[in-house]
Design a protein around this ligand. Structure first.
Ligand SMILES: Nc1ncnc2c1ncn2[C@@H]1O[C@H](COP(=O)(O)OP(=O)(O)O)[C@@H](O)[C@H]1O
Ligand SMILES: [Mg+2]
Length: 174
């Protein structure tokens, strides 16, 4: 099974992924895949981020012969995966985490807004594969890792999508 571990930047994807990797899981960051295959070409200067072509990413994944494991990144749910796990974080807490990474104010706002509007969850729901979401707001990385393991052990109710609603926060970030 190929699992996408996705979420707005700052939700803790890479932290959880490192822990899963330490357990022996097959883990690949989409950014590393893109870098390795020379796909980080067109940087959007206004947004300080790369425009990645999904078809090229999918082809690169095929060339890797990655097989089973976890694909990590805020675009991973747009690749051909069997299950999506979305890490979530309350916009206020997310903003603090991103400020902690010295992100520019405009990018902090943009991502807090995206999180309050469920952007990634909505994209994931559109894929048609099973989607789960984990609220990491009051979690440390080991707790989020445990939640991922619980989902794979069959805990479906607790992490079913649709339990999180931060839409009231959107106004403050727009
Ligand atoms: N569950 C968590 N609780 C609090 N802080 C976290 C948690 N997970 C990650 N962080 C912190 O938030 C920041 C972003 O984490 P990271 O794993 O890089 O997120 P992502 O890969 O989703 O962008 C880092 O500074 C990290 O130490
Ligand atoms: Mg990351």
């Amino acid at each position: 099974m190929l699992i996408a571990l996705t979420g707005t930047p700052g939700t803790g994807k890479s932290s959880v992924a490192l822990r899963l990797q330490a357990r022996g899981w097959n883990v690949l960051e989409v950014n590393d895949l893109a870098k390795k295959h020379g796909l980080l070409r067109s940087k959007d200067p206004a947004r300080d981020s790369y425009d990645l072509d999904l078809d090229e990413l999918q082809a690169a994944l095929g060339e890797e012969g990655f097989g089973e494991g976890v694909l990590v990144g805020h675009l991973s749910h747009l690749l051909d995966v069997d299950m999506v796990i979305v890490l979530r974080c309350h916009p206020d807490v997310l903003a603090k985490r991103l400020e902690g990474r010295k992100w520019a104010r405009v990018k902090v706002r943009e991502n807090a807004l995206a999180e309050s509007l469920d952007i990634i969850l909505a994209e994931a729901a559109d894929t048609g594969v099973p989607v789960f979401e984990i609220d990491t707001t009051d979690m440390l990385a080991p707790d989020a890792e445990r939640a991922v393991l619980d989902i794979l052990d069959g805990e479906k109710e607790k992490y079913a999508m649709g339990n999180i609603d931060w839409s009231e926060e959107a106004l403050r970030w727009s």
